[in-house]
Design a protein around this ligand. Structure first.
Ligand code: SF4
Length: 266
């Protein structure tokens, strides 16, 4: 089903199976532009799940699990209401059905983000078939919890997979986990993203590009300069040099900064 036809289907209330009642700890649900990678500029619903298994040095995401999460009241309004945690899929679907009726065709996909969404893979097994009736499901992941992926793959339309390199995260690169994850992701369209900073280890960059070429050759590799003070904090000259270097190992290597700081939106 195309994204637009799924959005059209949101103009009526979709059934919620009685079995899909598992609750999840959410951080927030809001409507905004996709600000990174291949689908940059598309309007998406973002569902941020609580908790993460990594501790990246540059992380600026609040993924703490609290007593309440926040739901945007109308798409893109920037106004939120508090909702008690954990949240049932029925509660979330009531919001989504309202948004899809209010703004047909607006949303391209529902993006599962975090934190690390796959920490909640068991509950997502119940949630994703229900959510996928409303919008295509994109997964944004740190690419480490590969054991959780196969059961969820039938419900995913697109994967955005990070490679977490030591020079930027401050922790040893989980190469083994990344290798298994890329192997498990082979049956779906995907992109791979590396956040880069000044002082990046070029050998690790090459190792990452080589891994993508070996396991997901059709996936574009995005070099995303780290964001500081509202903009990319790596020189254009440096980014061009890294793109030239990595293109020898993975031809479809692109450079794209985050756009949210430029537009001053979340
Ligand atoms: S994986 Fe993502 S959410 Fe988790 S610590 Fe790293 S940057 Fe933050």
């Amino acid at each position: 089903m195309s994204p637009s036809s799924r959005s059209m289907s949101g103009s009526r209330t979709m059934p919620v199976p009685a079995t899909a009642s598992t609750e999840l700890p959410l951080v927030e649900c809001f409507s905004s532009l996709q600000g990174e990678g291949l689908h940059i500029g598309r309007r998406q619903v973002f569902l941020r799940l609580g908790g993460c298994n990594l501790n990246c040095g540059y992380c600026d995401t609040d993924f703490r699990i609290c007593d309440t999460c926040r739901f945007e009241t109308t798409p893109g309004s920037g106004r939120f209401k508090a909702v008690p945690n954990p949240v049932s899929v029925e509660t979330l679907c009531a919001l989504l059905d309202q948004w899809l009726a209010l703004a047909p065709n607006l949303h391209h996909a529902l993006s599962l983000t975090g934190g690390e969404p796959l920490l909640h893979a068991d509950a997502l097994n119940d949630w994703l078939p229900v959510l996928a009736e409303r919008l295509p499901i994109h997964l944004e992941t740190n690419g480490t919890l590969y054991q959780c992926l196969p059961a969820l793959m039938p419900h995913l339309t697109f994967l955005s997979i990070d490679l977490k390199l030591e020079a930027t995260t401050g922790s040893p690169t989980p190469w083994n986990e990344h290798r298994h994850f890329l192997q498990a992701a082979r049956s779906r369209p995907a992109q791979v993203k590396i956040v880069v900073d000044t002082g990046q280890d070029e050998e690790e960059l090459v190792q990452g590009a080589t891994l993508v070429e070996e396991l997901l050759p059709a996936a574009p590799l995005f070099l995303q300069p780290v964001t500081r003070d509202g903009g990319p904090d790596v020189s254009g000259e440096q980014l061009l040099a890294w793109q030239q270097l990595l293109s020898r190992h993975h031809p479809d290597t692109r450079v794209v900064p985050q756009i949210h700081p430029l537009l001053r939106i979340d």
